[in-house]
Ligand binder design. Structure first.
Ligand code: C2E
Ligand code: MG
Ligand code: MG
Ligand code: MG
Length: 273
């Protein structure tokens, strides 16, 4: 009686694997076309200084704009682009878009900054550093450009670490993204070449609650303060969370409590009000 089920399951799973790899192949094919046609644009999510409530910058979040005007969210294509290496070309388009969109605003207001997400595969060679330097030719100062890298980008002391050291030496601000979700232990933090730490949304979700994971955020915050990092909380959705974070010394916050990611025209209005 069990045999047919096993066979059926095996058949189903094999079909699933084939379906997945075909889909991946076609997604990377579609990405190649999208890269060629420059179908990527950037939406900006405001970053808020908790003490003043002021907008002090934005995180650049890539969007793939389809012909019908709809947007594909990065979680659906970044993993494949990272696997195939296409991420590097997407990052180039993101950096170019940031320059076009925010070059003038950043040059006019030194208190604003923009955060750009980089993947581990971006952290090699001179090309990307050169593109970032093009931003400074638009009158943007390197310290106005934050580079967000997840913990995976920092593993071992290899090429990515050397790349980040070079970027910091040039004046760019390096932030560790989604902190707490990777492998690094808290004690490892002090060895990393970073200026800022972004606390992952999953920990922000728990602050002030009486749950087991609720004790993680205060530890991260205390250590980050001791190491004199700038601290950003991501995914802030409630005023109670914002109050807690401010009271515990977190500097910046980002989340739907303030605003979702938006096209640049809307962001520029938001930043000036
Ligand atoms: P991330 O860097 O951690 O960015 C934050 C994500 O959380 C964004 O999703 C943002 O829209 C979302 N978010 C912000 N505030 C809230 C909130 O209050 N509640 C909830 N539920 N979500 C919130 P998004 O835009 O879909 O980006 C997802 C991820 O894709 C990013 O996570 C980042 O890792 C990656 N990504 C985005 N743009 C780029 C890029 O240009 N290059 C690379 N390599 N990765 C990117
Ligand atoms: Mg990020
Ligand atoms: Mg993040
Ligand atoms: Mg995150």
């Amino acid at each position: 009686v069990l045999l047919p089920i096993g066979v059926a399951m095996g058949g189903f799973m094999a079909a699933g694997v084939v379906w997945l790899s075909r889909r991946r192949l076609s997604l990377s094919g579609e990405l190649a076309i999208a890269i060629r046609n420059r179908e990527f644009c950037v939406h900006y999510q405001p970053l808020i200084e908790l003490r003043t409530g002021r907008c002090v910058g934005a995180e650049a979040l890539v969007r793939w704009q389809l012909a019908d005007g709809s947007y594909v969210k990065p979680d659906l294509f970044i993993p494949v682009a990272e696997e195939t290496g296409q991420i590097v070309q997407i990052t180039e388009q993101v950096i170019a878009a940031v320059g076009r969109d925010l070059g003038a605003a950043l040059a006019a207001d030194r208190t604003l900054h923009v955060a750009i997400n980089l993947s581990a595969r971006d952290l090699e060679g001179e090309r990307l550093l050169g593109l970032l330097d093009d931003l400074t030719r638009r009158g943007i100062e390197p310290r106005q450009v934050w580079l967000e890298v997840t913990e995976r980008g920092f593993v071992d002391d290899g090429a990515p670490r050397a790349w980040l050291d070079k970027a910091r030496a040039a004046g760019y601000v390096v932030a560790i993204d989604d902190f707490g979700t990777g492998y690094s232990s808290l004690s490892y933090l002090q060895k990393l070449p970073i200026d800022a730490l972004k606390i992952d949304k999953s920990f922000v979700d728990t602050v002030g609650l009486e749950t087991v994971t609720a004790c993680v955020a205060p530890h991260i915050i205390e250590l980050a303060k001791e190491l004199r990092f700038m601290i950003v909380a991501e995914g802030v959705e409630t005023q109670a969370q914002a109050d807690y974070l401010l009271a515990h010394g977190v500097h910046y916050a980002q989340g739907w409590l303030y605003a979702k990611a938006m096209p640049v025209e809307e962001f520029l209005v938001f930043a000036n009000t």
